[in-house]
Design a protein around this ligand. Structure first.
Ligand code: HEC
Length: 146
């Protein structure tokens, strides 16, 4: 009888120890899994970001080699649909803008951040440096001449 109790106690302790180990394992597994999937997401994001950066760098170099400035590139992508050099499109010609804003790139940036009329969208996603580069380019591009 004593012998059996002794065995039961040992069995009980063994079972408890096993459960605790199993529980710890499951907890660790769940915690690690969450961490692993966070890391996988971060890694995918990092890969995309670095591919984008490499692409931007290559495109920047190609544009520089072709003599196209950041300002010209951004202007052509975001403004040229409505602003031609000489003709009135949706917005006034660049020559007219360059006349009004001569020496005042900040004025162009301020306008583009909060256009006075709803026909022109605001461009909150364009960084300040890019808008300034666009403004520099517009003043140069719109100078009086042929
Ligand atoms: C969807 C068309 C559209 C796009 C795209 C657009 N504009 Fe305009 N823009 C307009 C219109 C319309 C006006 C005329 C507003 C007015 O007559 O007062 C205007 C006027 C302007 C003016 C003159 C503001 C003044 O004092 O009269 C500036 C400067 C200007 N835009 C800069 C930009 C820049 C920089 C971009 C690109 C980042 C841009 N625009 C993109 C439609 C556009």
């Amino acid at each position: 009888m004593f012998h059996l109790d002794f065995l039961n106690n040992r069995m009980l302790i063994a079972v408890i120890a096993l459960c605790m180990a199993l529980g710890r394992h499951m907890y660790r597994y769940a915690a690690l899994n969450e961490h692993r999937s966070d890391m996988a997401v971060a890694t995918r994001q990092w890969t995309r970001d670095s591919q984008q950066a490499a692409y931007d760098l290559a495109m920047g170099r190609a544009r520089a080699a072709a003599g196209i400035s950041e300002g010209q590139h951004a202007f052509e992508n975001t403004c040229a649909a409505c602003h031609d050099r000489n003709r009135q499109l949706v917005g006034p010609p660049v020559t007219e803008i360059a006349r009004i804003y001569a020496g005042n790139t900040t004025g162009i940036v301020t306008w583009a951040r909060a256009p006075g009329l709803p026909q022109m969208p605001a461009f909150p996603s364009i960084p300040d440096e890019t808008l300034h580069a666009i403004a520099d380019y517009m003043l140069e591009f719109g100078k009086e001449g042929p």
